[in-house]
Design a protein around this ligand. Structure first.
Ligand SMILES: Cc1cc2nc3c(=O)[nH]c(=O)nc-3n(C[C@H](O)[C@H](O)[C@H](O)COP(=O)(O)O)c2cc1C
Length: 192
């Protein structure tokens, strides 16, 4: 298993008994890291005359008051450099029918591939900052970057949204163990 988010592994059945994977140090290939469940956002940028977008599973709200969003962007991503130039970031929470877009935006770098060009997904310019946002996504945010924290080989980019929109009927795409899923029906809540 590499460090790349897009690596695919086959779903595995749970072990009969809890497995303790003892090893001298915790490494990224440890099975424990494959159990998280995430959505996928398209992290988009506009810098000078360049637009770009990459997929990110590590994105979440991080504060209610003020409302803030956090997304982790690897230092080697072109997106990382572009956010550094513009101090703005667009987030499109991809919908359950947008797995191909999630794959394509995470499979190559904008340094060598015009991912938002003629062969890319349809997008529109956000109304406040003009950031490229993916058509048909479940939710959209345009953000000013208000803080950047280095965490290992990624930076935690904190965005303060100045505009958001949602398609209320659209469900978010789910990413787990390198596979894309649709949300199942909710479980009945336990009686209290
Ligand atoms: C489903 C998926 C989720 C990903 N999640 C992240 C992430 O949270 N953070 C990150 O830095 N890279 C993530 N990646 C990898 C980047 O999307 C990938 O390296 C991309 O090519 C970077 O593009 P850029 O160089 O144009 O910025 C993910 C890839 C996929 C397919």
């Amino acid at each position: 298993m590499s460090k790349d988010h897009s690596e695919t592994t086959e779903p595995q059945h749970a072990p009969d008994a809890f497995e303790s994977h003892e090893m001298p140090s915790v490494i990224w290939s440890h099975p424990a890291f494959r159990l998280f469940v995430n959505s996928v956002v398209a992290v988009s940028t506009r810098a000078v005359d360049t637009v770009n977008a990459m997929s990110a599973e590590w994105c979440t709200p991080v504060s209610i008051d003020p409302v803030l969003l956090g997304v982790l962007v690897g230092h080697t991503r072109w997106t990382h450099a572009l956010i550094g130039e513009s101090s703005q970031v667009g987030l499109s929470l991809l919908a359950e029918d947008q797995a191909t877009i999630a794959h394509d935006l995470g499979d190559s770098s904008g340094r060598s591939n015009d991912k938002l060009g003629a062969n890319g997904p349809a997008w529109f310019s956000g109304p406040i900052l003009g950031l490229p946002l993916i058509e048909g996504a479940a939710a959209h945010f345009e953000c000013h970057v208000v803080a950047v924290h280095t965490v290992g080989d990624h930076d935690l980019i904190i965005g303060s949204p100045v505009w958001s929109a949602t398609t209320t009927l659209a469900k978010p795409l789910v990413y787990h163990r390198g596979h894309y899923y649709q949300l199942p029906e909710p479980l009945r809540k336990p009686e209290s």
